[in-house]
Design a protein. Structure first.
Length: 258
């Protein structure tokens, strides 16, 4: 019985932003624990390549993929129609898709900041709502939202990104309370700098890199697999009494002080 608490056999996970970086690492991690996966990302060619690779690595499990832009509500609805038509029950939802345009507050135009909200926050809220009836069928489902330390304190990623991630964290707390009676746990993770394609630009500046490391007690950049491990824990039966939490995956950044 105890071993099953650390496995996801027979469960199906929907993961957004699944074709690269943290999303791909999460997909691999959940597959390694026995889950079947439904992968969503915008780049159809990259997504299909990733799907083929994962299907080859995990031949005994189902790996399905759909190219979609979660910032568009019509495509969010298409995702959920696809999930319902997949003939697989849905047990886990990981809202990982996100994006950013980092500017001073006064330099955003309306289209830019609204796009960040649609991609980072509104997509997660709507997918949670659309997935609710599917998740509630099991009485033991889990949602994990990939937030950011920028939703908990000031970092230099821009005010709009921080607003969306703070909103995601509060959404996590509220839904955890609302949906506990439906058997749906809702948690979040909050990464600091993680070594991905998206962070390679700012981290390529030696001075900025040194500043980041100086503010990180563990003295290094995090790896996507380290975020994926925290997400996986929140999906596992082993975390069955954990809901409404936000776990920082940040090398101690938030606890540094002066």
């Amino acid at each position: 019985m105890s071993a099953r608490r650390w496995r996801l056999d027979g469960q199906t996970a929907l993961i957004t932003g699944a074709s690269a970086g943290i999303g791909l690492a999460i997909s691999r991690e959940l597959l390694s624990l026995g889950a079947d996966v439904l992968l969503v990302a915008r780049d159809a060619d990259l997504l299909e390549s990733v799907r083929d690779e994962l299907a080859e690595q995990y031949p005994g499990q189902s790996v399905q993929a759909m190219a979609a832009d979660v910032s568009l509500d019509s495509e969010r609805q298409e995702i959920m129609d696809w999930v319902e038509d997949s003939s697989q029950a849905l047990h886990l939802l990981v809202n990982n898709a996100g994006g950013n345009i980092s500017l001073p507050a006064l330099e955003y135009d309306e289209a830019q900041w609204r796009q960040i909200f649609e991609t980072n926050l509104f997509s997660a809220f709507e997918l949670c709502r659309y997935a609710h009836p599917l998740l509630a069928r099991h009485g033991a489902a889990s949602i994990v939202n990939v937030g950011s330390v920028s939703g908990l304190t000031h970092v230099r990623s821009g005010v709009v990104y921080g607003m969306t991630k703070a909103g995601m964290h509060q959404m996590t707390r509220n839904l955890a309370c609302e949906w506990a009676g439906d058997g749906i746990r809702v948690n979040a993770v909050a990464p600091w700098y993680i070594r991905t394609r998206r962070t390679s630009g700012p981290l390529s500046d030696p001075d900025y890199y040194d500043e980041v490391i100086a503010r990180t007690p563990m003295g290094r950049i995090g790896e996507p697999e380290e975020v994926a491990a925290a997400v996986a824990f929140l999906c596992l039966p082993a975390s069955s009494y954990v809901t409404g939490e936000c776990i920082a995956v940040d090398g101690g950044f938030l606890r540094y002080g002066f």
